[in-house]
Design a protein. Structure first.
Length: 429
């Protein structure tokens, strides 16, 4: 066996040994439910980590495959009676995998572009947004669909592009005010974490979030020099890159001196609220990250804490809600979105069966593990259909795209719309 001692020291054996192998996580795990295989369960993956950490198993392609088969939804954490922090364990396992591979070969060009040249460079994300807008404005997306040229893309990309809404133009994005002042009695000054993908593909959702916060009595600042949250890096074994992005965000919001930092993407929010766990061995950044985390709020969370917003436009629609895994299991925010939806006059709310079970999006899982992702999504859509809802609401950009694709796959176009909760609330203002 190759010497791996330096890398294997990254595993936290105390956390691994806390797993009692009781099996409570099994029915909560989407990949275990789909496959019925032990290696596809949290308990099985932890056993594999233990074997690799003790050098009883090889750090090989099979181990890598099993670690990346996991959606990272963290439903197992909610189910676990021992409180095993599975999310951080699987991130560590992937970090070990990627470090080991880098010692043997250079990362692929696609991986390098994604993690070093795109998501870590906010300006390039904006350029990408402009390029996507230009392609849509020129009719290239519709033409490619109509002629079948879209099929030259890999199947996951060809299918997912159908769910992409109209991108905001660069002129519209440039009109944004850096600070928006409330007309109500000011309660707080908040900094909006705009995100990378969120601000490119769902610019208007960020604007809707700002309008809701203004209505609730907050001044809203679009903080300069913020960057990607680092979640995608952390989930993909690029922990050093994730830490660098975290430092940039901590510095940017320290300078802004806001009362709260507000986020409207469940996946990003879970990472932002866990920055202090990323700096265990760095006392200075540990302290600064703890101050950052203390100010972090999901938009649903803060709006539910503030004086109730008066919604003046009734929406006579039937609505259901699909939990963002990282909002529900990672942040424990479950009741607040439902409370906000029910507060809209005219809305008939119906609970979705297994609403906190993953839709299969999981960051870029629906690209890297397309077949499994679609298998999970199709099952989810059968439950969504049973609600007979006109709107399926979620609170994470990846989930939103996945549910939009699910509606297309289920033949529900024109009968149902997937919408971000901030956009739904904004329609009722």
């Amino acid at each position: 066996m190759d010497s791996q001692n330096g890398l294997l020291a990254k595993f936290n054996m105390d956390e691994i040994m806390n797993c009692m192998h009781c099996g409570f996580c099994l029915p909560a795990c989407p990949t275990y439910r789909e496959t019925g295989m032990e290696y596809a369960s949290p308990r099985g993956r932890i056993a594999l980590m233990k074997g690799v950490a003790k050098e009883q198993l090889s750090l090989d392609e099979e181990f890598e495959k099993n670690m990346y088969l996991c959606l990272g939804c963290r439903a197992c954490e909610t189910a676990c009676p021992a409180g095993v922090p599975y999310g951080s364990l699987v991130e560590t396992a992937r970090d070990v995998v990627e470090d080991y591979k880098k010692k043997k070969e250079k990362p692929s060009m696609i991986r390098t572009i994604l993690f070093e040249e795109l998501f870590s460079k906010p300006k390039r994300m904006k350029w990408l947004g402009t390029a996507l807008w230009a392609a849509q404005a020129a009719g290239m997306q519709k033409l490619a669909d109509k002629t079948g040229l879209i099929q030259i893309l890999p199947k996951p990309m060809a299918e997912m592009q159908k769910a992409v809404d109209t991108i905001a133009s660069p002129w519209e994005r440039n009109k944004r005010q850096s600070v928006m002042k409330t007309e109500q009695k000011r309660l707080f000054k908040v900094g909006l974490f705009t995100g990378c993908v969120m601000d490119v593909m769902f610019y208007e959702t960020n604007q809707a979030t700002a309008r809701l916060l203004l209505k609730a009595g907050c001044d809203v600042q679009f903080v300069e020099n913020q960057s990607c949250c680092g979640a995608l890096h952390a989930h993909s074994g690029e922990k050093d890159g994730a830490k660098e992005l975290a430092k940039r965000n901590i510095e940017a919001f320290e300078k802004a001196e806001v009362d709260f930092i507000v986020n409207n993407a469940g996946g990003c929010g879970a990472a932002l609220k866990e920055y202090h766990h990323w700096f265990h061995e760095d006392p200075e950044w540990k302290e600064r990250s703890m101050a950052f985390v203390a100010k972090m709020r999901d938009a649903n969370e803060l709006l539910a804490e503030l004086p109730p917003i008066t919604f003046s436009k009734p929406l006579s629609v039937r609505v259901t809600y699909q939990d963002s895994c990282h909002l529900a299991h990672g942040q424990g925010v479950r009741n607040q979105p439902r409370h906000l939806i029910r507060s809209i006059p005219g809305v008939e709310y119906v609970e979705l069966a297994n609403a906190d079970s993953c839709c299969g999006s999981a960051g870029i899982y629906n690209i890297t593990n397309f077949d499994m992702s679609m298998q999970i999504l199709d099952g989810k859509m059968e439950q969504v259909k049973e609600t007979k809802a006109q709107y399926v609401v979620t609170s994470n950009p990846g989930c939103l795209l996945q549910m939009k694709n699910g509606i297309i796959r289920a033949g529900m176009e024109g009968k149902m719309e997937a919408i971000h909760i901030m956009d739904l609330l904004d329609r009722a203002l």
